[in-house]
Write a protein that binds this ligand. Structure first.
Ligand SMILES: CC(C)[C@H](C(=O)O)[C@@H](O)C(=O)O
Ligand code: SF4
Length: 473
């Protein structure tokens, strides 16, 4: 029977199907960070259990870490405790940890792929919703709860109900300055934050296969913001080229065998999905959000909807988000004054993001009233940025690059946007208080963030770039 890519990976990992219940699924790799792992380790201790396969879990602190003075002790006592607890747990249970200061430290979803841990055909979990990022490599990767983290540590398996499948096809060529971030903000604005509920999404079509690996990660990262369990893309030559030579990727004969298997990882002709959506890349312009969930987005040249354009059931949420954001229904987005710009996170904190940012700001100057936080996703990204001369470009344009971590994506460290201030952010969530109590977040691509950092207001990046090309990320 013709199978989807999702079905192939799922079936290859199903240990037992419990009748009328979930599947016991084998997990190839678990990632862990300081926020969702402590209770899981405590649970093991209480039950006198060991970690079954310690080499299959990799940990890195990212949420609570400061992005400045990382060589000094962490000042905030809660953050310090969280990070120390992760270190203690990893030492006790024999788990590889890339701690603060380690040259492989960084945001867990940046660290996994860049070191070759994330490989096609795998099942990957982490106590973190944006584990979906790894789906860019053709994996079943999804976020799990703390008790499930404990289950995977103890048994290398998880009990999961089989999700439904969805295909999102995007064909055609992206327009000038349009990127993967715009694709996903567009899709969520069309399907809503509940549109993918209960489904695992495969992204396909010529606009998707044309994307770089980093852009594919941006896209899959945000698949969960439409309610989906995760998103994935069939691996191809772009995938193999990205992986080859990375530290933990297979080598020699193992590489050849892996490639032969990975080439089978695609949806068969005639395979059935539970739902299918088709979009045209030409309809997508640079996007920006105006509200308090990632589905409240518009093309940058557009306006916030008026109340009668919103369906009855969503009107209360819409009004509340207008109050929170200090916007009026029908407002144009272009020209809105902003205060902060955040470039970073597991959505847009990789080297291509920093390259895209620097290409754009080169020779320009940051607006005086804007505070910009440029935060690399990992130590390796930071190092690469340094080696490529990106720091110099940033400095010349009035920007400073901070040290890696989740940072202002969710403000669990000191990087908080002050109440009432507007932030154009390359991260993935614009919920109330997400970037700090009272902070107002406008989600956008790296180019749109860069344009806002230069002009100090929401600006269409197409008007500031000569290149007719789509943007990468
Ligand atoms: C802290 C963690 C559990 C959370 C997540 O699951 O995604 C965070 O990473 C986020 O982005 O909100
Ligand atoms: S960067 Fe943001 S979205 Fe990603 S793991 Fe950290 S907090 Fe979550």
């Amino acid at each position: 029977m013709a199978k989807t890519l999702f079905d192939k990976i799922w079936d290859a990992h199903a240990v037992t199907d419990i009748e009328g219940g979930p599947t016991q699924l084998y997990i190839d790799r678990q990632f862990a960070h300081e926020v969702t792992s402590p209770q899981a380790f405590n649970g093991l201790r209480e039950r006198g259990l060991e970690v079954l396969r310690p080499s299959k879990t990799t940990a890195t602190p990212d949420h609570n870490i400061p992005t400045w003075d990382q060589d000094k002790p962490i000042a905030d006592p809660i953050s310090k405790f969280q990070v120390e607890t992760l270190t203690k747990n990893c030492n006790e249970f024999g788990i590889t940890l890339y701690g603060l200061g380690n040259n492989k430290n960084g945001i867990v979803h940046v660290v996994g792929p860049e070191n070759g841990y994330t490989l096609p055909g795998m099942t990957i979990v982490c106590g973190d919703s944006h584990t979906s990022t790894h789906g860019a490599f053709g994996t079943i990767a999804f976020g799990i709860g703390t008790s499930e983290v404990e289950m995977v540590l103890a048994s290398q398996c998880i009990l999961q109900p089989r999700p439904k499948t969805m295909l999102i096809n995007i064909d055609g060529e992206l327009g000038k300055a349009v990127s993967a971030k715009d694709i996903i903000l567009y899709v969520i604005s069309q399907l809503s934050t509940g549109g993918g509920t209960g489904h695992f999404v495969e992204f396909a079509g010529s606009a998707i296969t044309a994307l770089s690996m980093e852009a594919r990660m941006t896209l899959c990262n945000m698949s969960i913001e439409m309610g989906a369990r995760g998103g994935l893309i069939a691996p191809d030559q772009t995938t193999f080229d990205y992986i080859e030579g990375r530290e933990f990727a297979p080598k020699g004969d193992d590489w050849d065998k892996a490639i032969a298997y990975w080439k089978t990882l695609k949806t068969d002709d005639g395979a059935k999905f539970d739902k299918v959506f088709n979009f045209n890349a030409k309809d997508i312009e640079p996007m920006i959000t105006y509200g308090t969930n990632p589905g409240m987005g518009v093309g940058i040249s557009g306006s916030i909807p008026t109340l009668d354009e919103i369906d009855k059931a969503s009107q209360a949420t819409f009004k509340q988000s207008m109050d929170y954001m200090g916007f009026q229904p029908g407002d144009k987005m272009i020209g809105k004054k902003i205060d902060y710009v955040f470039v970073g996170s597991c959505t847009n904190g990789r080297i291509e993001d920093l390259r895209t940012f620097c290409d754009f700001i080169k020779g320009k100057k940051k607006a005086d009233h804007v505070t910009a936080w440029i935060v690399p996703g990992s130590r390796q990204v930071e190092k690469q940025a340094r080696e490529e001369g990106l720091i110099k470009i940033m400095t010349d344009a009035g920007f400073v690059m901070r040290q890696p971590g989740c940072s202002a994506c969710l403000a669990m460290n000191d990087d908080k946007i002050p109440a009432g201030k507007y932030s154009v952010s390359t991260s993935n969530r614009n919920f109330e208080g997400r970037q700090g109590p009272g902070a107002r977040t406008l989600l956008a691509s790296v180019l749109t963030a860069a344009a806002a950092a230069i002009t100090g207001e929401v600006t269409d990046p197409r008007t500031m770039t000569e290149s007719p090309e789509p943007a990468l990320v």
